[in-house]
Design a protein around this ligand. Sequence first.
Ligand SMILES: Nc1ncnc2c1ncn2[C@@H]1O[C@H](COP(=O)(O)OP(=O)(O)OP(=O)(O)O)[C@@H](O)[C@H]1O
Length: 241
Amino acid sequence: MLSLRAINQYYGNQHTLWNVDLDLPPGVCTGIVGLPGMGKTTLMNCIAGLLPIASGTMVWHEAGASPFPLLSGGSEARTGPGIGYVSQDRRIFSQLTVEENLHIARRAKGETSGSMNSDIFEFFPELYPLRQRRASGISDDLQYQLALANALVTRPRLLILDEPSRGPDPLLTARLAMLLARLTRELGLSVLLAEQQLGLIRRVAERFCLLWRGRSVAQGHVSELNDPLIEHWMGTASPAG
Ligand SMILES: Nc1ncnc2c1ncn2[C@@H]1O[C@H](COP(=O)(O)OP(=O)(O)OP(=O)(O)O)[C@@H](O)[C@H]1O
């Protein structure tokens, strides 16, 4: 489990994350919700090691192992427990083949063994016959699957997905829900998903964290993400407090 405590982050003088606490248990998908500009991507980038944190703690707990603090460096330090990240722009190499993309993803995480890990195709069977195809020549949906496969090929313990529904042909609700259910249930993966589409959050997430102006203002089981709460923090009216 990853435990965040009192995380603060600044862009220059702009205080962007304010004392954020969050636990990401194994086998659970947690949805980060909030209006645009509330800090979802910033929080994910901090967890992934792509942005520095001003203060707070971020500790990985694994059964039978010593707690592993994640704050000692940039993204390299996050490779200990293993974090896979699919950003809004997906980051695949479009001129390379599907197989070459997976190979580079493994090398980028320091895995040098020559054989391709075929297990990944169990989760993405549609990519298997396309192994030698250039990524630019496959559909948007399959490109998103490839970005997911790249993030998962080194078997991370935490998967972070930033706004998967933003793509032009999104791998949407039903398929993403099925995939995340398998990843959490079969692999015990922790999943953190930022998303403005509440329908997707309700379908795939078990827990939620609602951000408002960089503060975690509500957390709980996704069944508690009810209309009054959403209206209060994501409606047109300005919330009090
Ligand atoms: N690189 C940056 N430099 C300065 N300010 C930034 C930077 N990136 C984001 N911000 C600001 O930080 C705040 C949080 O932005 P962030 O992108 O994390 O929000 P978000 O909830 O992910 O929004 P969206 O849903 O639009 O992606 C916003 O006020 C944004 O303008």
